[in-house]
Design a binder for this molecule. Structure first.
Ligand code: DLL
Length: 433
């Protein structure tokens, strides 16, 4: 069995609990350096002394994505600005990003967590790691990158897209491990087939999937198409990004690195803690983060946390099921997080746009496609064709600026879309998971 850090990865539950307790106190102390937590914890009379056992965490209020947004740009920063060496940001519901800051130590810890995941996946020095997730503010690219280098693999930081070149690189550089979204992996396998190639032409041995939901059936299909193992990688930018939980290959869920995160599962309605094994919203508390500690952060992801802690891989960290859904309406399109409200916000700023719209998602040649049907004002609709073409471009451009993906725009006559009768159903998702 391979470990990156055997001591910590095989730590016993009791020792782990003691470590968590100590780190939780440190986290609360650090959090108090940020304007946000100074106010929230102060209002609730909470301090490191409030924590005598891990159960005391329940006395702390949740932190929600809205709190992050309201703290934009810096109210959650718990160290001097000069100490920060990197930030990442992800999309918010109405154009307001949520920002996460890291100091050098944070990046070092994150790199270590990712290295643990990769070694657990069987990565070693000499492997060739093709990172097919986009680089930039999104954490999927750069987040895996440094961990892969730390393990000693040769990293190809190619990012997403450019499929022919990706496949060429599989051949030219003998890629052995790829990191990719499952939906892109489906598309790449089509292109491989169209090129008259087969998995036998490559040296791939592990696929690492993450950043978007997918089903067990999709995993099995992809394992057959590529004829190699696929492992699930979970994370969210608020908790660094990838490297929060990862599968060990025993097919019993993803180990959460509990020395770095406390994980709870709550009823999303009541906020009550749920017993092990129940499906609920996952809540995380960072235990080592310095620049921006987060306490009881509501991920909005739904999953189960399994009760058993022992695993045949030798690790005692608790395991998380596949992500079953979300408590909000966030969509993940080609690996990019999109809130319908972002689209609405942009549409409603355009004077020619009417009152109704619809978002249609489907998969064409295994690639996600997003179509936005927009009702426009009667006068515009019956106006000149040239102007309609320009309007279409204008909407497409405005959406691309905001959500970063290209959409198909269909301009519709007023009243053409089904009117809302109560809670509007704006999104039609025809993609198969
Ligand atoms: O997607 C981090 C990541 C990158 C994870 C690469 C794994 C690999 P965000 O952009 O903040 O961060 O999006 C986080 O994506 O709350 C989930 O809803 C979803 N998600 C991430 N990984 C998985 C997964 C990155 N393995 C949001 N299965 C999360 C299902 C996933 N959903």
């Amino acid at each position: 069995m391979n470990y990156w850090d055997r001591n910590i990865e095989t730590i016993g539950r009791e020792e782990l609990a003691a470590l968590q307790l100590q780190r939780l106190k440190e986290t609360v102390a650090r959090a108090l350096n940020s304007p946000y937590y100074r106010k929230v914890l102060g209002d609730n009379n909470l301090s490191p002394d409030s924590i005598r056992s891990l159960d005391d965490l329940r006395r702390f209020p949740f932190t929600a994505k809205d709190d992050l947004r309201a703290s934009y740009p810096r109210a959650l920063l718990a160290v001097d600005r000069e100490e920060v060496v990197r930030m990442h940001a992800s999309s918010g519901t109405t154009g307001q990003s949520t920002v996460v800051y890291h100091n050098l130590q944070d990046l070092e810890n994150w790199t270590g967590l990712v290295a643990r995941c990769l070694v657990m996946a069987g990565a070693t020095r000499g492997d060739v790691f093709q990172n097919m997730m986009s680089y930039g503010l999104f954490t999927g690219g750069i987040g895996l990158h440094y961990g892969a280098e730390r393990v000693g693999m040769m990293v190809i930081p190619i990012g997403g897209g450019n499929t022919h070149r990706q496949i060429q690189f599989f051949q030219d550089f003998g890629t052995t491990i790829i990191h990719i979204t499952p939906s892109y992996a489906l598309h790449v396998s089509d292109v491989i087939r169209d090129l008259g190639l087969s998995p036998d032409d490559f040296r791939l041995r592990v696929l690492i999937f993450g950043a978007e939901p997918y089903s067990e059936a999709t995993r099995e299909k992809l394992e057959q198409l590529y004829r190699v193992r696929a492992l699930n990688c979970y994370g969210l930018s608020e908790m660094n990004g990838p490297g929060v939980a990862f599968e060990c290959g025993m097919n019993e869920g993803m180990h959460v690195w509990e020395d770095s995160y406390i994980v709870e599962v709550i009823d999303p309605e009541s906020g009550d803690l749920l017993p092990p094994g129940d499906e609920g919203e996952i809540v995380f508390t960072t235990l080592t983060r310095e620049a921006m500690p987060l306490i009881r952060y509501r991920s909005r992801d739904l999953a189960r946390l399994y009760e058993r802690t022992d695993c045949s891989c030798g690790r005692n960290f608790r395991r998380l099921s596949r992500i079953i859904g979300r408590t909000d309406d966030m969509l993940i399109v080609r690996g990019v997080n999109v809130f319908p409200s972002q689209i609405e916000h942009e549409l409603m700023r355009i004077p020619e746009v009417g009152t109704n719209y619809q978002i249609l998602l489907d998969r064409v040649e295994n690639l996600d496609r997003m179509t936005v049907r927009v009702e426009i004002t009667g006068r515009t609709f019956h106006g000149e064709v040239g102007e309609l073409r320009l309007l279409k471009k204008k909407i497409e451009h405005a959406l691309k600026e905001e959500i970063l993906i290209t959409t198909e725009i269909e301009l519709m006559e007023p009243g053409a879309l089904p009117p809302s009768q109560g809670k509007a159903k704006r999104v039609i998702d025809n993609r198969e998971m």
